[in-house]
Design a binder for this molecule. Structure first.
Ligand SMILES: NC(=O)c1ccc[n+]([C@@H]2O[C@H](COP(=O)([O-])OP(=O)(O)OC[C@H]3O[C@@H](n4cnc5c(N)ncnc54)[C@H](O)[C@@H]3O)[C@@H](O)[C@H]2O)c1
Length: 376
């Protein structure tokens, strides 16, 4: 059986999540290959940290980034470092002949994203951007229903991703809320919902956006005062090339929110709605169902997607078991590694990642210039 060796870069929240996904793949998928995280680089500056993580998590080797990129036994480089490092690392990995899986946002600028997408195409290496929410069962079902024409022509949509983290006065600012990361909440939560809008509804024609900073200062980890230099929320009105119009909202200024990714999509024949806080169900309104007598059978159906993933999913722990955020990550990992194994393009690709950068860049330009920006 073919074996894929992965070199993991970065071992914070996402490094841990990707390792968990790779280790658990055989429980969730019957795949014609095996895969393992064969080496980890958790920190360029502190090699002892990589050694400690390798030992704690049962990873065979710890290495620095250059050694890992040039290790002939490594097939795939998995990038889980902060955003500003993605471009250089992905480029170096491609030039070293490795397949690359990269966390969102793919890069900090759209130009960097398209440079990587071009390089991926030129080298023929399999490259993927992690948009894990595409792999949630209700999102997969939404895509099927839209592709089958069950919504008719899409008229409008509302995608949002809300956290409450910028409101908490005691919470210390991390790298994700700095301009260095590319652009605060837009760059942190935006890629997920911009990608879902692209995936489910279509390409963007124009955006009119507004950014919001509600707290001009926050506290750094050492307790000193930090001047907020990146958006805490971003509101984007989007017109799609297919004529649909809607909102994309990302906010860390929503009191009471935990991890609230949600969408509604409204078409001529039906509507869909989903919330990540209710991840077992996709809500579908079929306007073609009989509406009489006395309402007939028309009304929202709560489709029980739960753990009903198609083959090669094993159905573990059982198809009726409730789903959750980690399930999307293991689906994402299975889809990417299968593409490498089969030698075909990965989806979502680096091109998908670069496209999201284009929309974010246009949204930033729109907010700064206070005018609509065309993407056509
Ligand atoms: N898809 C998702 O659901 C999701 C969720 C959160 C974060 N992310 C993305 O994942 C990436 C990482 O985010 P995170 O939350 O894990 O951040 P984190 O701060 O928790 O972890 C980043 C890790 O990278 C390490 N690091 C920094 N520079 C490095 C280098 N040059 N070489 C090796 N290691 C290095 C740090 O020591 C740290 O351990 C970001 O791009 C972020 O946008 C994706």
């Amino acid at each position: 059986m073919k074996h894929l060796n992965i070199g993991l870069l970065g071992f914070g929240f996402m490094g841990k999540t990707h390792l968990w996904a790779v280790k658990n793949l055989p429980f969730f998928y019957d795949l014609p290959f095996t895969a393992e995280v064969a080496a980890v680089c958790a920190s360029e500056r502190h090699p002892e940290k990589s050694l400690e993580i390798a030992k704690t998590y049962g990873i065979p080797r710890a290495a620095d980034e250059t050694t890992l990129l040039n290790d002939p036994t490594i097939d795939i480089i998995d990038i889980c470092t902060p955003n500003p490092y993605h471009f250089e690392t992905a480029k170096a990995a491609l030039l070293a002949g490795k397949h690359v899986l990269c966390e969102k946002p793919l890069t900090v600028t759209a130009a960097e994203g398209y440079e990587l997408a071009e390089l991926a195409k030129a080298t023929g290496l399999i490259c993927g951007t992690v948009f894990n929410n595409r792999h949630l069962a209700p999102v997969m079902r939404a895509k099927q229903l839209i592709d089958e024409g069950k919504l008719g022509r899409i008229l409008s949509f509302d995608f949002s991703y809300r956290h409450n983290s910028c409101i908490d006065p005691d919470r210390r600012v991390g790298w994700k809320q700095t301009a260095e990361a590319g652009g605060g909440t837009l760059f942190d939560l935006g890629p997920h919902v911009i990608d879902l809008c692209h995936f489910l509804c279509g390409k963007v024609a124009s955006v009119a956006a507004k950014s919001h900073i509600a707290f001009p200062t926050h506290l750094r980890a050492d307790g000193s005062v930090w001047q907020t230099d990146a958006d805490e929320a971003f509101y984007i009105i989007c017109e799609l090339r297919n004529g649909a119009v809607g909102n994309i909202t990302v906010s860390k200024l929503t009191q009471g929110a935990n991890d609230e990714l949600a969408f509604t999509i409204n078409g001529t024949l039906g509507s869909l709605s989903f919330s990540l806080m209710d991840p077992n169900y996709l809500n579908f309104y079929d306007a073609t169902a009989a509406g009489s007598p006395v309402g007939g059978v028309r009304g929202y159906t709560r489709i029980e997607c739960v753990g009903r993933y198609p083959a090669p999913a094993t159905g573990f722990p059982t198809p009726k078991a409730p789903s959750g955020w980690l399930r999307g990550h293991i689906g994402s990992m299975a889809a990417y590694l299968t593409a490498v194994y089969e030698g075909r393009p990965a989806e979502p690709s680096f091109e998908d990642g670069a496209y999201v950068q284009t929309v974010m860049e246009a949204a930033k330009k729109s907010a700064e210039a206070r005018r609509e920006v065309s993407l056509c």
